[in-house]
Structure formats: structure tokens, C-alpha cells
Design a binder for this molecule. Structure first.
Ligand code: FES
Length: 184
């Protein structure tokens, strides 16, 4: 056996793993392990980087302001239950002889939107039949408490301003507090 034949028959010291046998590409086991190790490191760093970027740009929900203008007092007729802001703000504005109050149009049972039934002079919830007097007091159906009143005031121009972030609850004896009723 010649020297070159001997060299060809010698067992290789490093084991090789095929990358693409058909094209004759081989890689050593050590290189293969090293490559997978680096891939794991890059995957980890990539995930950490994405986490850091998300930390600096949190998902923020920009909600509409709870405060809105509701026109001038003389735009409301005496005894009117105005549904002008029902769709956009879920608020009724009620004008009585002495002044105004704003009612939340959220049923205190499970949160449906009641309807104002002018002929019956009451708010009626279509979901489970709760009924509320013009004042907001519950009198029929499963609603456990009256509708909530919402802060109503006048701004420096004499316009009505409603602030949905401030609520007055009858059961907490808050309907007498300033803002729960606007005298005009
Ligand atoms: Fe109004 Fe049930 S949600 S009665």
C-alpha cells in the first residue's frame, strides 16, 4: 500500500456532519455545535431587544376626554329629556324648572343602554326590563340601584359642560352635592 493510499484510509480525527451531502458540503461536529450556540445567543438577544423596544413604546389607549360642552341652557326646553349626547357620550341631559341634571345612560343592572319613553315618562331598559323614573330612580325590573348622575356645570361663556369622570350616586346620598344638579 502506497503512502497516499494509507493516508486516504486513515480515520479522520474530527467527526463531520453533512450539511448538504449532494453538494459535498460537510461541517465538523464542533463547528455545528458552535453555530447552533451562536444562533441561540442571537435569538435570545433579538427577543431581549424587542422587549426593550416595547418597554419604551408601550401600547397606550388614547381615550376621548370625559369632559364635553353641551350647548347653552336656552337650547333645552323645559321638561325635556335630551338624547342629543346619548349615542356619542351615553348621557341624557334633563331640564327641569329649577335647572339641569345629567344622567348616565348605563343600566345599573348589567350595563345596557335604556331608552327614554316619553309617553310613559320613564327610562326602560330593553335587556331585562328595568324601569327608571325621570329622576333616575329605579322602580321595576332587576336593576339594583338608580341611574348615576354626572357632573354638570356652566363654563365662563355660560355653556353647559358635562364631566363624565365625576359621578354622583343616589345610594351614597350624593345627589345633593354641587355638580349633581345645576341651578339656572
Ligand atoms: Fe338593564 Fe338588565 S341590563 S335590566
Amino acid at each position: 500500500m502506497t503512502l497516499s493510499e494509507q493516508a486516504r484510509n486513515t480515520t479522520p480525527l474530527r467527526k463531520e456532519v453533512p450539511i448538504d451531502k449532494s453538494r459535498g458540503l460537510w461541517i465538523t461536529r464542533r463547528d455545528f455545535l458552535s453555530l447552533t450556540g451562536w444562533l441561540a445567543v442571537f435569538a435570545f438577544l433579538g427577543t431581549a431587544l424587542l422587549g426593550t423596544i416595547r418597554f419604551f413604546f408601550p401600547r397606550v389607549l388614547f381615550e376621548a376626554s370625559p369632559v364635553f360642552k353641551a350647548g347653552f341652557p336656552d337650547e333645552y326646553a323645559l321638561g325635556e329629556v335630551s338624547s342629543k349626547y346619548l349615542k356619542s357620550k351615553q348621557v341624557w341631559i334633563v331640564r327641569e324648572e329649577e335647572g339641569f341634571y345629567a344622567l348616565s345612560a348605563v343600566c345599573t343592572h348589567l350595563g345596557c343602554t335604556p331608552r327614554w319613553l316619553e309617553t310613559e315618562n320613564k327610562f326602560k331598559c330593553p335587556c331585562h326590563g328595568s324601569g327608571f323614573h325621570l329622576s333616575g330612580i329605579n322602580f321595576e325590573g332587576p336593576a339594583p340601584r338608580p341611574l348615576e348622575r354626572i357632573k354638570i356645570m356652566l363654563n365662563e361663556n355660560g355653556e353647559l359642560v358635562v364631566d363624565k369622570s365625576v359621578k354622583f350616586l343616589f345610594e351614597r346620598d350624593e345627589w345633593g352635592k354641587p355638580g349633581s344638579f345645576l341651578k339656572v
